[in-house]
Every structure is written in C-alpha cells, then in structure tokens.
Design a protein around this ligand. Sequence first.
Ligand code: ZN
Length: 270
Amino acid sequence: MAPIVIVDAGHGGIDPGGGNSAQFTEKAMTLNISLYQYRRFQELQIPVALTRSSDVTLQSEDRTALVRNSGARYCICNHINSGGGRGSEVIYSIYSSAAFPRLIADELEAEGMPNRRIFTRTLPNNSKQDYYYMNRETGSVETVIIEYGFADTPLDADKLAKDWQTLAEAVIRAFCEYTNLTYQPPKTAPPSTGGGSNNGGNGNANPRNGSGNPSTGGGSDVPDWKQEAIDWMFDQGLLTNEDWRNQADTSLPLWAEAVILKRLYEKLKP
Ligand SMILES: [Zn+2]
C-alpha cells in the first residue's frame, strides 16, 4: 500500500547538518525523531515511509525523488536549527496552506517549545518557486519542514535533548488533527520529564511531579505496580479527575466506574 505520509530525517552520513550541540548532532537527532514518528504512524495504522532509516548520505535529488515517488500525500521533514534564535520554525510551500504548519506550531508549543514563526520563502529571482528544495522539488506532496529548535540556543538544545520524543509526538497529533485520522496516545508513553503530556496534548503538567506525589509524600506507600496501573488509566484518558490519582486504595463510586467502562467501550469500538 502506498504510504500516506513520508518522514524525512534531515541530513545524514557525511552531512551532519548545521544544528549540532554538545549533546547531539542534527543528523542523529532528526533520525531519532523520524524513527520515533515512523513507529508511531505504524502503531496508528497510518501507512508511512521513511527517506532514510540509518546514518546514510542522501543527495538532495535522491531525497526529493524518494518523496515524489513514494505515493505519499504528505511529507514531514525533520530538522534542527542553528544561527541563534529561540523556538520552532515551520516552513511550507507557497502552493500549500498554513493550516498544517499552524497545528504543528501549536502542538509543539503545548509541549513547551515556543514557536518562532511559520513561513514560506521563494527564490530571490523567482517568486513562483519555493526557496527550499524539499518544498520546491517534491511535486504534489504537501511537504513541511520542521525546525524543532535551535541547537545553539541552550534552552532549545536542552529541551530537545531531554524531550525530543514528546516533541516528535506533538507532530503526530498535529498530523492526525490535520488529516482527521484517529489519534491515540502511544502505547508506551514517551518518558516525560515534567512538562510533557501523553494524554492527548492538553498541556497538563505531569502530576507525578506535583505536590501529591504518592511515592514521596504524605506517608502513603503505594507500590509502583499499583501507581503505574492508575497512571495508565490517566494516560488513556479513562480517568481524568486528578484527585483520584493519589488515592490508590480508595474505591470509586459506581458512576465513576461506569464512566471508565463507557470511555473504554468508546475507545475500543471500531
Ligand atoms: Zn537541517
């Protein structure tokens, strides 16, 4: 089956990219993000392809040919910025709309990476052609270039090193919103370091780091396996009232049990 989306890990092989920090090279970070997104699209049963799945060199003509000939309708190009600045940038073609880039920027912001700008750029001598070859040479594929942050801005670089998975996940959410395909949070939640959310992107801070932490506070002693099961219910959106999270041994009223079962039923319904 032809892919709906093709994920492009920027640079690779002899080309490390320019977005390098002490903690990562651009080519390695874009590959991490891309492989993550590839697995997630598979998990969501959205047909997906990759331009590269390892540290290989791809000439720009080969890269664009892979995208053009993939049969995909969308292409997500992953990059890390450099040159001083703060936050993400999303670049799109003059022949497509800002809708998808806007959603990407919003979802990245919900994960704590501010957006610097979304924009198009044309060749200096031809206002009918995109400046960036991934926008210009990928035919009818709707291609967005995502610069997740600036490798040479410590705030961004630290965020990327720590939270690249939740940022990669934010783009999956944006894609599903844009294409109206069903989104489900990851089965194995990306490790959250505080600001991330894996409960659908509503930006809730991780309550496990909150004042009611059952493993450290209040003298309660909830074994991990119990708390993990409770947290799973929150991650799945089956339980939403945070008050329940720290009451491992309290029984739920019948109505709450009914709500959980109803939500589970809705989720499983084809
Ligand atoms: Zn790049």
